[in-house]
Design a protein around this ligand. Structure first.
Ligand code: ZN
Length: 238
């Protein structure tokens, strides 16, 4: 009878023990394998193996349009065209950190009209709070402050374009100020615990671009202003 109990107990415990061994082996394998990969392969594999939730903003067109300075302040256009009126690059400069890990280049998360968020108006770069955000063109600051789901928002306008950067933790510029490409506009944010983050599921930068056509502005894909050499692919998931 005692022997039978032992066997039965062992049979019941075996799947649990196997499960624990499997989980430990998986974690060890992931921990050992990922750091040995080239840096370009690490972000996407980390996401795939560990399924780390993405830091992004869940864009909902009607609600967000209420907070569009272009609609609310249609008279802001000043036709200021200064030096460096072309949009070039990404507002984040590497090396930078995400979850405390150092990366040589910005991590590209959810993209323009990504299938996960079909009406996403820009591109998201997951990055730790407090990372300096740079101007990608020279121009006039036409919005600098809170704006509904955008959180702390900075909009720079020049040469028929507006560059929208959202979810700041701190803004260093003021409306009406003329800034030059490369200037630091403030610090990245997006921490959901910060009420100034707006609609953000985690620390990241939202980078959007509007192009002027007559009196209208249209969202365009920011990826035409940077190249695949400028970022590490991170991927988008819920
Ligand atoms: Zn976004």
């Amino acid at each position: 009878m005692k022997g039978l109990l032992k066997i039965t107990g062992g049979a019941i415990a075996l799947p649990f023990l196997c499960g624990i061994v499997f989980v430990v082996a998986y974690v060890v394998m992931v921990g050992v394998a990922i750091p040995q990969l080239p840096s370009w392969a690490q972000p996407s594999l980390t996401k795939w193996l560990l399924d780390i939730p993405q830091d992004s903003d869940n864009y909902d067109a009607p609600a967000w349009n209420e907070y569009d300075p272009t609609r609310a302040f249609s008279g802001t256009w000043t036709d200021y065209i200064g030096l460096d009126a072309e949009i070039i690059g990404i507002p984040l400069w590497g090396p930078l950190t995400k979850w405390g890990e150092v990366y040589e280049k910005p991590l590209l998360g959810c993209t323009y009209h990504d299938s996960n968020y079909s009406s996403h108006t820009g591109v998201d770069f997951p990055v730790d709070v407090g990372t300096p955000l740079h101007a990608v063109l020279s121009g006039e600051v036409v919005w600098a402050g809170m704006n509904g789901p955008w959180g702390r928002l900075v909009v720079i306008e020049n040469n028929g374009y507006q560059v929208w950067l959202a979810h700041f933790s701190e803004i260093y510029v003021e409306e009406g100020q003329i800034i030059e490409r490369g200037d630091i506009l403030g610090l990245s944010g997006g921490d959901p615990a910060d009420p100034g983050s707006g609609n953000s599921s985690g620390p990241h930068l939202h980078y959007g671009i509007k192009q002027r056509d007559g009196d209208d502005y249209w969202w365009v894909n920011p990826n035409q202003f940077f190249t695949s050499d400028d970022y590490l692919p991170w991927g988008c998931s819920d």
